[in-house]
Design a binder for this molecule. Structure first.
Ligand SMILES: Cc1cc2nc3c(=O)[nH]c(=O)nc-3n(C[C@H](O)[C@H](O)[C@H](O)COP(=O)(O)OP(=O)(O)OC[C@H]3O[C@@H](n4cnc5c(N)ncnc54)[C@H](O)[C@@H]3O)c2cc1C
Length: 426
């Protein structure tokens, strides 16, 4: 009798993943890593057809192991089971899709709120990295207070017509689809008049302008929308319920940014703190040794908190506000780690040769170190964004105060007034 996915043990999952990788990775890849032969592995990696590989990995379900199999991607595993699969993928440095906003945030939102038709159409190419996704929430006048946003969508028969501007839109320049929240009713309080759509980034009226950041990359963009038409079949969730749908996206964003999975310590070469210790050991300065020990402890704490949050999700379904704990910890931990990495690098940490660092549009989102001085400098520069992206650390502290500790809500005079009547800057 066939074993159900949810009955597979850790050992079975590891064996199954290893067998699949042996069959699909280029010959010699796993042997090279087993033997610590990074030169051979690097050559094989540079010869790999990344796009074709992402399709094979995604369609086999290994890019999104927790997604239900019926949508052409996923293995229908629990988060606890998926951890065993991911450990093997990390161990063998398996390239993954850079479609992190889609996979980390868009997929879970569609799985919770999408229609059957939307899931059948959108999930498989997302997991296979064939259709890249971006998140169009923030606006010039609405970042932390995203519910105050001004982009308007008005109904016209079976379509919606969208006009407005978004900013900070990571990967918009490479995206096929955008998760868009727009105001569909300005006469009710700000959280109530929003609707969530999936917008075709190639539709007439969409203009994407890249913004260059401190690393020299341009990973995010301004997006201008002028009379863009979205079919009603691409609305996610009910009209006026966009805020509730957006919360699902934001909770999953915090998990994606919290280091869940990336700090398991099981990746090739170890966790970020372990890699730093290995690169510089023995560290002569006792104060630097103390900083390293402190980071090692913090990394373990984040790992344990991620495990606790995963266990909670396993028993209770959706992601809760606890994702804000590790989002906050991970952002501040990574900034301290990158400062120490630069300090330990010495003079090589002060100079940086060569071009920007974007590879396949891959973003610093997951970046937590590197193997050359150049990558370490880049990670340091990129880490400045950690305490802003996905909600600032101040805002995480507000969420934790209100929703985890039960403290009184922050005063907000605009909360109950009709959005139209709330003063805002031009
Ligand atoms: C690298 C990067 C990538 C991003 N990618 C995306 C993306 O793909 N899609 C997207 O929609 N957005 C994206 N963002 C935007 C991000 O979500 C916002 O920058 C963030 O929410 C803060 O908004 P803001 O920049 O408008 O700052 P503001 O909200 O104007 O905040 C300014 C300052 O005021 C503080 N502050 C604001 N409100 C409060 C409060 N209530 N209590 C205490 N302090 C407060 C903030 O902490 C901050 O220090 C990205 C940002 C970065 C840096």
């Amino acid at each position: 009798m066939a074993v159900q996915a949810d009955e597979l043990t850790a050992e079975q999952l590891r064996d199954q993943t290893l067998a699949w990788l042996r069959e699909h990775l280029p010959a010699g890849w796993m042997d090279a890593l087993d033997a610590g032969d990074i030169t051979t592995w690097s050559k094989l990696r540079s010869e790999l057809d990344y796009d074709a590989w992402c399709t094979v990995l995604g369609e086999a379900g290994y890019a999104t192991p927790t997604w239900p199999t019926e949508y052409g991607a996923g293995l229908s595993l629990s988060p606890g089971q998926a951890k065993h699969v991911n450990e093997v993928l990390n161990q063998y440095r398996v390239p993954r899709p850079f479609n992190l906003i889609g996979i980390g945030m868009g997929g879970p939102t569609l799985i919770s709120w999408g229609t059957e038709e939307q899931k059948q159409r959108l999930l498989r190419p997302m997991a296979a990295n064939q259709e890249i996704w971006c998140q169009m929430f923030s606006e010039p006048g609405a970042g932390s207070d995203v519910a105050g946003l001004a982009t308007r969508a008005t109904r016209d028969g079976d379509e919606w017509v969208v006009t407005g501007q978004k900013v900070w839109t990571t990967l918009a320049h490479l995206s096929r689809w955008g998760m868009l929240i727009a105001r569909t009713n300005p006469d009710v309080p700000k959280h109530k008049g929003l609707t969530y759509f999936v917008m075709d980034m190639q539709a007439p009226g969409v203009e994407v302008r890249p913004l260059v950041q401190i690393t020299g990359d341009a990973e995010f963009n301004e997006v201008f929308m002028e009379g863009v038409r979205i079919p009603d079949s691409m609305r996610i969730g009910p009209e006026g319920e966009g805020w509730r749908v957006a919360i699902t996206t934001l909770m999953n964003e915090r998990i994606a940014l919290s280091g869940a999975g990336s700090l398991s310590g099981d990746a090739a070469g170890g966790s970020p703190a372990e890699k730093l210790i290995a690169r510089h050991s023995p560290v002569p300065d006792p104060l630097d040794r103390q900083r390293l020990a402190q980071l090692y402890i913090e990394e373990r704490l984040i790992r344990l908190n991620n495990q606790r949050a995963a266990a909670r999700r396993k028993s209770g379904g959706e992601a809760g506000p606890e994702g804000s704990i590790t989002k906050l910890m991970q952002a501040e931990f990574n900034q301290r780690l990158q400062i120490l990495a630069i300090d330990l690098e010495g003079p090589a940490g002060m100079a940086w040769e060569g071009e920007g660092f974007i590879e396949h549009g891959v973003i610093g989102f997951t970046s937590s170190g590197g193997e050359t001085s150049r990558e370490i400098v880049r990670s340091f520069l990129r880490s400045q964004a950690n305490t802003i992206e996905g909600g600032t650390s101040n805002v995480m502290r507000n969420i934790l105060g209100e929703r985890v500790l039960g403290l009184p809500k922050e005063p907000d005079n605009s909360r109950d007034a009709a959005w139209r009547d709330v003063p805002r800057s031009a």
